[in-house]
Write a protein that binds this ligand. Structure first.
Ligand code: SAH
Length: 224
């Protein structure tokens, strides 16, 4: 298919572009060295449609089919850093999408459970993660607003789509001292929030700023 011959050169070019991209993340406030290293390693261009590969390291969301997008890398980095991962955590991700954030998380935590509601996207993400030789991730098909009690509690939870509220079941599945990061609020006026479970009954909530994500659709999200 000719692709084989082109591959090494392509990879080199993307490598250089990715180093500049990581420099930009650093300038924009991403300081955690483990997070920066994960962004330096994961090949985002392999997760976007072929025709859009030239824009893979621009700070912009890109379409991945099924009306969904791969989130802009700047916000993925900010959300990842806000999870404060050290390497021994079990993380739940709601909204696998392309699998980009999943691949990043796999490098920063012990285990990642990711849930995607669109079958074709879940299948494509599984294939991509296999191609990256990622072994500590499981992608489940289903409604992530219900979480996944079987693997709870989670040290960290990230939601990559926006519903009206942070789904109640996810708060229940967060470990004490655990962090949840995700968007919520009315369409067009979403806020990125971080919720820390301070004790069994107490949750501390802070705003990380305005944001814009695709719809979180499910029992504890928008009606699909
Ligand atoms: N982190 C992903 C974001 C993809 S967009 C990336 O960068 O590629 C958000 C994803 O959430 C979409 O794929 C969408 O299908 C999915 N989604 C929306 N509601 C969901 C739900 N209730 N459960 C699981 N996935 C959901």
């Amino acid at each position: 298919m000719g692709g084989l011959q082109q591959r090494p050169r392509e990879r080199g070019e993307h490598g250089l572009v990715r180093r500049r991209f990581v420099e930009r993340l650093r300038r924009n406030g991403i300081r955690d060295p483990r997070v920066l290293e994960a962004f330096a390693q994961v090949r985002r261009h392999e997760l976007v449609p072929e025709a859009l590969r030239g824009r893979a390291y621009a700070d912009t969301p890109l379409p991945i089919g099924e009306g969904q997008t791969i989130s802009a890398p700047g916000i993925v980095a900010a959300m990842t850093q806000a999870l404060e991962l050290r390497g021994d955590e079990t993380v739940l991700e709601v909204g696998t999408g392309s699998g980009y954030q999943t691949a990043i998380l796999s490098r920063l935590a012990a285990r990642v459970i990711s849930i995607e509601r669109v079958p074709r996207l879940a299948a494509a993400a599984r294939r991509a993660l296999d191609a990256f030789a990622v072994t500590n991730v499981v992608v489940h098909l289903g409604d992530g607003t219900q979480g996944r009690p079987a693997d709870a509690p989670y040290d960290a939870i990230v939601i990559t789509a926006g519903g009206p509220e942070i789904p109640e079941p996810l708060l229940g599945q967060l470990a004490v001292n655990g962090r949840l990061v995700g968007p919520c609020g009315p369409r067009g006026a979403q806020e990125l929030v971080r919720i820390r479970r301070v004790s069994l009954r107490r949750f501390a909530r802070e705003s990380l700023g305005a944001c814009r994500f695709v719809d979180l659709i499910g029992a504890h999200g928008w009606v699909g």
